[in-house]
Design a protein around this ligand. Structure first.
Ligand code: SF4
Ligand code: SF4
Length: 432
């Protein structure tokens, strides 16, 4: 199928929509419904609006675009739905349809082009952006902006600035192309997905992930020419661009003979595991995509499925865990991260109430819909306080950024870390 034909076919299918029996069991699971209390901002309401469009009873009105745009694509409704409505697939298709048919303002178009076409897919552009951000931090400008409140007169810009990630030098880009040997006997050969922004802003997390895999008998290859997985593109309705990125990654990762392709980012993992759906209409790549998705594992999923190296030292903290939506709802992975945390000596675990309710991060949602994202975050931090935890653990870089902002703005300065980072700490604390 030609690209243009695929684009035309991009719309929620009545076949999928018809699975909804309007029972409303998804309503309380939906963060936007809980916040706004509007049927139109509930899963059932959004499905209803998609049906109206699919049956050509209405068009892509500004109101429709707004209600679909306000969805976090967290997929909590999928978990709650007894009827098997594949809501994630529906909202992605609805956004792709909007992207094809609704013209945005010039500024928004320019910004989207800059981020989705020029920045995310290009290691060179990411390096330059990372260097500029580093300069912003090191020059003291960031501190000045924050403490002098220079952005306060510009509405939400002040809060959005607090969500900008910190760059971590040296960038993980310098490790691309390396093969890290296992500690001890080789048990597995794995490939590591380094991400796009993560190379610049989560370089230490990526290094910790590689170390933990090495500790567990993995030879870890970080393929050189891998790139952005396309998750943010898919969530924003840019499925053609996501397909280009997917094809490249499939070529790169299927070149090696790996037991698993590992990611430490739940949002990326969810998209990587759905490459076969993204490329279902592509005669050349449909088969390779099927082979690729069978190998993709979240790092916690992989580690919990093997015999874990037990040489874990004490990490005496009280910790809680925020389920990343795309791990809990997108990939149905809840127990593995908790199982890993339970293996760490002296770590006191406190379950977080409503741990699988979105923290408001959701890709670029916390920037585009900052008010709603902040309201979700504030409530999340209130629940964190109830646990008494001083460390918040999670499984996705986007959640890490959001929760770090939450700890600073609404919390008690709790430490926020990835599950694999605390596991790495535990391995480092081990004394024979
Ligand atoms: S994906 Fe999340 S925000 Fe969107 S309708 Fe479902 S539960 Fe609500
Ligand atoms: S739970 Fe499923 S079937 Fe029931 S209203 Fe929600 S989407 Fe429809």
């Amino acid at each position: 199928m030609a690209v243009a034909e695929i684009a035309r076919a991009e719309a929620p299918k009545l076949f999928d929509l018809d699975r909804c029996v309007h029972c409303g069991l998804c309503l309380n699971a939906c963060p936007t419904y809980r916040e706004l209390g509007l049927e139109a901002d509930s899963p059932r309401g959004r499905v209803y609006q998609m049906v109206q469009v699919a049956e050509q009873r209405t068009t892509l009105t500004p109101s429709y675009v707004e209600h679909i745009g306000l969805c976090l694509a967290c997929r909590a409704c999928e978990t709650a739905c007894p009827s098997g409505v594949q809501y994630g697939r529906l909202v992605e298709a609805a956004r792709a349809q909007i992207e094809t048919h609704v013209k945005r303002g010039i500024l928004v178009r320019l910004l989207r082009r800059l981020v989705f076409d020029l920045l995310l897919p290009s290691p060179v552009a990411l390096r330059i952006a990372g260097a500029l951000l580093y300069l912003y931090e090191m020059s003291g400008l960031r501190r000045l902006v924050r403490f002098a409140g220079l952005l306060k007169p510009f509405g939400n810009l002040d809060r959005i600035e607090r969500l900008t990630p910190r760059v971590e030098v040296p960038f993980f880009f310098s490790r691309l192309g390396e093969v890290f040997p296992p500690e001890g006997e080789r048990r597995y050969r794995v490939a590591f997905v380094a991400g796009c922004i993560a190379n610049v802003c989560f370089a230490r997390l990526n290094e910790a992930t590689v170390r933990v895999l090495q500790k567990n008998g993995c030879e870890v290859t970080v393929p050189d020419d891998q790139g952005c997985c396309g998750a943010l593109h898919v969530h924003s309705g840019l499925r053609d661009k996501a397909r280009q990125l997917a094809r490249k990654n499939i070529d790169v990762f299927l070149k090696g003979d790996y037991d698993a392709i590992i990611t430490n980012a739940a949002g990326c993992g969810s998209t990587l595991k759905e490459y076969h759906e993204l490329l279902a209409g592509d005669a050349e790549y449909a088969g390779p995509a099927q082979r690729f998705v069978k190998l993709v594992r979240d790092v916690s999923e992989f580690l919990a499925s093997i015999e874990l190296n037990p040489n874990l030292g004490p990490v005496p903290v009280t910790a809680t865990y925020q389920d990343s939506c795309h791990l809990a709802h997108g990939q149905r992975i809840r127990i593995p991260p908790r199982k890993l945390l339970a293996a760490i000596p002296e770590l006191k675990f406190r379950e977080l109430p409503l741990a699988d309710l979105c923290c408001g991060s959701a890709g670029v949602y916390n920037i585009v819909h900052n008010d709603l994202a902040m309201s979700l975050l504030e409530k999340k931090m209130q629940r964190v306080a109830e646990t008494g935890a001083d460390v918040i653990l999670t499984a996705n870089p986007g959640c890490l950024l959001q929760l770090r902002a939450g700890a600073a703005m609404f919390g008690r300065g709790e430490r926020v870390a990835h599950v694999v980072e605390i596991l790495d700490e535990s391995y480092r604390a081990w004394r024979a």
